[in-house]
Design a protein around this ligand. Structure first.
Ligand code: SF4
Length: 159
């Protein structure tokens, strides 16, 4: 199984207290107005990576503590169960996994996930750091409870 990856790297800001290796998935069909990542709307110039390729890249990023999938996670025309079984589940044995998910009905088994971000980007409401955002970030605690941690990302209004 290969996934169209449009970008990859390391982020210190997307998952709290984690050094997260992120993979941006192509063919995002959500087409959110004001999207800052329109390069994810296609698979042009994608690298089609399998689990071995991803693992190799993650391991090359010394100190990585988590893995994040973002962009077209609901739209690449690949069965989410297959994605969970063949990519997320094996990686989750070594790293906690985050998944950004848009407005589509939630189609993933959450067992192997640790963070889930839901809601499409609505320009006038802003992203996760905006006090008026529609988006939500959830975290699974060590007790296996999902909690809404959106407020951790909300920027403070300047006075
Ligand atoms: S889900 Fe993300 S990448 Fe896709 S259109 Fe919306 S903001 Fe852009």
């Amino acid at each position: 199984m290969r996934i169209p990856i449009m970008g990859k790297g390391v982020t210190l800001t997307e998952l709290p207290n984690e050094i997260a290796v992120y993979f941006e998935v192509g063919n995002c069909q959500q087409k959110c107005k004001g999207c800052h990542s329109q390069h994810l709307w296609t698979t042009d110039l994608a690298e089609w990576l399998n689990i071995a390729d991803m693992r190799k890249y993650i391991e090359s990023q010394k100190g990585a503590t988590a893995v994040l999938f973002m962009g077209g996670t609901t739209n690449w025309d690949i069965n989410p169960e297959e994605f969970l079984e063949r990519i997320v589940k094996p990686l989750s044995k070594d790293y906690p996994i985050g998944l950004y998910h848009g407005d589509a009905p939630f189609m993933y088994d959450r067992e192997n996930l640790t963070w889930i971000k839901t809601g499409r980007y609505i320009e006038c409401q802003g992203g996760l750091d905006s006090p008026t955002t529609n988006q939500r970030m959830y975290y699974k605690t060590p007790l296996n409870e999902w909690v809404d941690i959106t407020k951790w990302f909300t920027r403070k209004e300047s006075k």
